[in-house]
Design a protein around this ligand. Structure first.
Ligand code: AMP
Ligand code: ZN
Length: 495
């Protein structure tokens, strides 16, 4: 008998970073899933590595919803509290000070940009997108509570979490990242601003604002701002409960950010806040992690427009999304021209096959096992969201479509409808691919058409047909496309 969605829902396995094992997924409340993912710090454009992580969790969200779970997906916006490495200054506050504008102008600009990019790449919006600055009161309350429990201390207007005491009295600190507190102590260097702490592992729940710090709020300990780790604890538990199902983020956030979240959550409620920790692996470029701080980045907009010196042509958001899906989210993925080209070709193959389905010849019998193929797609997704295997199964489906089109295989009218449904479900609903090409492909097509026109104009000029040559130039200009004649030939730009 064919399996049902209820069957598939029981078989979902998730790799839990906390236990290091793939576990059968059992939500706290049957039929419901609470999922929190650390969002961006909105002080600059998101790079393609950030986007990869958000696409990974978008596919996870889509699949959970498809299985019939009622999902509440919370992804925050970090608009305060994230300090520059090795410094006491908030990233947004610093940028606002340097550019002499309001911190909220920085936040607004990059939040809008972030939403635009995720929209282009076809991510669904989360159910709730809370901001750190919108939850200052909750963060002050949580800080008070941890102080009352004796697991934090005040020094000169700042409040620090007492890691050593937590480790002794509550639970082992380091259990997510597998670090031992003794090693942490031995390995930490004294960094600027940490002299206030009793131990270098302690982290700020609340920081006193220095005079030049623009983003500041009143608190029982004077004017200051909340710590980055605390915002995620407060916002996740506010909307999902003191214990919830899934917490995600990039691998680089495991330590210290998520380790601190566990400690804060457990200090507050006595419970482990998260049941399944999920970590997405890094996007690399030239083998190195894509990262703002090292400058090894490419922006999504630069890829979609082709305006970059790393790739030879623009790539469509759909191609970029498909490129991400060709790796499992827990594996490192390296950005390269070859990989993008393979994704572009592969996606076209799937679209072509999908568009052939309606016109396939119908037979009295179907001579391939549609149920087994459908099962194999669910098995791939149920195996910790293994998208590259699901994509490989879709390619098998595309191959069969082509065989049916050529009369080598057969399908009934009813199965043809099911076949289309399965493609619809996996390509569009779960993997979130768009139904057609978008921006990058349009630019590419336009470029092809304009090259033909530029050739025709050159030919006309050679033949001294000035009338035709001018007409091509002028009519394009009237459409807002300017041709520029240079020593390396003619180029075009949109004005
Ligand atoms: P940030 O704005 O730096 O806090 O990062 C937002 C999200 O992107 C976090 O979940 C990071 O772990 C993730 N991230 C940062 N760099 C990369 C990368 N190179 N590849 C994949 N994810 C990344
Ligand atoms: Zn976080």
């Amino acid at each position: 008998m064919a399996k049902t969605l209820d069957d598939y829902r029981q078989e979902l396995k998730i790799y839990n970073s906390l236990t290091g094992k793939k576990e059968t997924f059992e939500p706290l409340v049957p039929g419901h899933v609470g999922m929190y993912v650390c969002g961006p710090t909105v002080y600059s454009h998101v790079h393609l590595g950030n986007v990869r992580t958000f696409v990974s969790f978008d596919v996870i969200y889509r699949y959970l919803k498809h299985l019939g779970f009622k999902v509440r997906y919370v992804r925050n916006i970090t608009d305060a509290g994230h300090l520059e490495d090795n410094s006491d200054e908030d990233k947004i506050s610093k940028k606002a000070r340097l550019e002499k504008i309001e911190p909220m102008e920085i936040v607004q600009k990059y939040t809008v940009d972030f939403h635009r990019i995720l929209d282009k790449i076809n991510n669904l919006p989360p159910s709730i997108e809370p901001t750190a600055t919108g939850h200052i009161i909750e963060q002050i309350e949580a800080t008070k509570e941890i102080l009352n429990k004796g697991l934090a201390y005040e020094v000169n207007g700042s409040i620090y979490f007492d890691v050593i005491k937590y480790n002794k009295e509550v639970d082992r600190y380091g259990k997510l990242s597998g670090r031992k507190i003794e090693e942490l102590i031995a390995n930490t260097r004294e960094l600027e601003g940490q002299d206030e702490k009793r131990n270098p592992q302690d982290f700020a729940l609340w920081k006193k604002a220095k005079p030049q710090h623009i983003m500041r709020w009143p608190s029982p300990w004077g004017e200051g701002f909340p710590g980055w780790h605390l915002e995620c604890t407060v916002m996740s538990t506010k909307y999902l409960g003191e214990q919830f199902d899934i917490h995600g983020g990039g691998m680089d956030l495991k330590f210290p950010h998520h380790e601190c979240e566990i400690a804060q959550g457990k200090a507050l409620s006595g419970k482990d806040p998260v049941r399944y920790w999920m970590h997405a692996n890094m996007l690399t470029m030239n083998g190195k992690k894509m990262s703002k701080s090292t400058g090894n980045t490419i922006l999504p907009a630069e890829i979609f427009s082709g305006d970059n010196d790393k790739l030879s042509k623009p790539y469509d958001p759909a191609t970029v999304r498909f490129f991400f899906l060709m790796a499992q989210y827990r594996n490192v993925l390296d950005l390269s021209e070859e990989a993008l080209q393979a994704a572009e070709k592969g996606l076209k193959r799937l679209w072509d096959a999908y568009n052939k389905i309606d016109a396939l010849p119908e037979s009295k019998e179907t001579d391939w096992n549609l149920n087994a193929w459908r099962d194999s797609l669910y098995e791939a997704m149920n195996d910790d969201f293994n998208t590259p295997v699901a994509v490989a199964r879709l390619f098998e489906g595309a191959k069969t479509v082509n065989q049916i089109a050529q009369g080598q295989k057969h399908i009934t009218a009813a199965d043809k409808k099911r076949l289309k449904d399965i493609f619809d479900t996996f390509m569009f609903e779960i993997l979130g691919l768009p139904r057609e090409q978008g921006e990058g492909a349009c630019t590419q097509n336009l470029d092809h058409v304009l090259r033909i026109l530029i050739d025709l104009r050159n030919q006309a000029r050679k033949n001294k047909n000035w009338e035709l040559a001018d007409r091509i130039r002028d009519e394009l200009a009237a459409m807002g496309i300017r041709l520029k004649d240079g020593k390396d030939g003619t180029t075009w730009e949109i004005v």
